[in-house]
Write a protein that binds this ligand. Sequence first.
Ligand SMILES: Nc1ncnc2c1ncn2[C@@H]1O[C@H](COP(=O)(O)OP(=O)(O)O)[C@@H](O)[C@H]1O
Ligand SMILES: [Mg+2]
Length: 315
Amino acid sequence: MIDTTEKLEGAYMTKEEISVLLNINLPGIPLFKKGKVRNVFDLGDKLLLVASDRISAYDSVMPNGIPDKGKILTQISAFWFDFTKNIIDNQVISANVDDFPEEITIHDDVKKILDKRSMLTRKTDSIDVECVARGYLSGSAWREYQKSGSVCGIKLPAGLKESDKLPALIFTPATKAASGHDENISEKKMMDILGTEVGTILRDKTLEIYNTARDYAETKGIIIADTKFEFGKLNNKIIIIDEMLTPDSSRFWPKDQYKPGGPQPSYDKQFVRDYLISIKWNKEPPAPRLSEEVVKKTRQKYLEAYQMLTGKNIL
Ligand SMILES: Nc1ncnc2c1ncn2[C@@H]1O[C@H](COP(=O)(O)OP(=O)(O)O)[C@@H](O)[C@H]1O
Ligand SMILES: [Mg+2]
């Protein structure tokens, strides 16, 4: 019933041991989509989003996972969906397994596996633009700025350093290019694709949600340097979907170590990236196994982010 690709290390274990869930099938329930991290099941007008413990870096999924990562991501998302519900309506029906349809939870072992890592949501027509908000100059924005002095068509002041705080928040949409890498587009191009009415809502909501979340996270010791949202249409209404303000969809930086003028230590993936660089992986698939130490330290960072943001100690 449960398809764990690995049986020994990293396999799902029913005991109290730390467990890794790499993949899951629900017999009789069709798969809607399998992403890098989530398996999404189709329940007619609803979806079941199940976050696995898969971790990706440089666009590849690693062969081994990070124990509890899927639970942490789902709990962080659930926290933010609730936190921002007055700004925008969201996909969430329930993140509590007891509320899930019986056809899914009839088997106790399945219910236990889904617990904490799953979200019952409304099914939308997802809008194919990644809505990115940035408060700091990093990643693809920093690369673009060095070449052109602007980002997604937005002119920025001269002389900014890598990771500098931007004078004002910027909205830098992207489309999924055929290569799998996201491609930054101008706001105008986005408006051309989606129409001004939808485009304006996406831009304004993206900036408002990010602004609110960033201010809050900063009081908890985390700088959210940038983030990506996805939106969907439901009966002509736009709601926010997918995951929200997690370390996977955002750049989280520890505030007490912030030092502009270079890259910042990433909250969650730094150990993974450092490791992959140290073993000189050429970034071509297949990705190499992460060492036990890297897995352990990475799990600790995800947990720390969850605890700092939500104030909760246990998952
Ligand atoms: N409420 C929703 N309605 C429709 N599609 C959704 C909804 N929530 C998430 N999705 C889609 O499900 C997938 C989630 O899987 P994920 O592992 O995050 O994929 P990716 O590798 O594309 O990041 C994404 O393609 C996302 O657009
Ligand atoms: Mg995703």
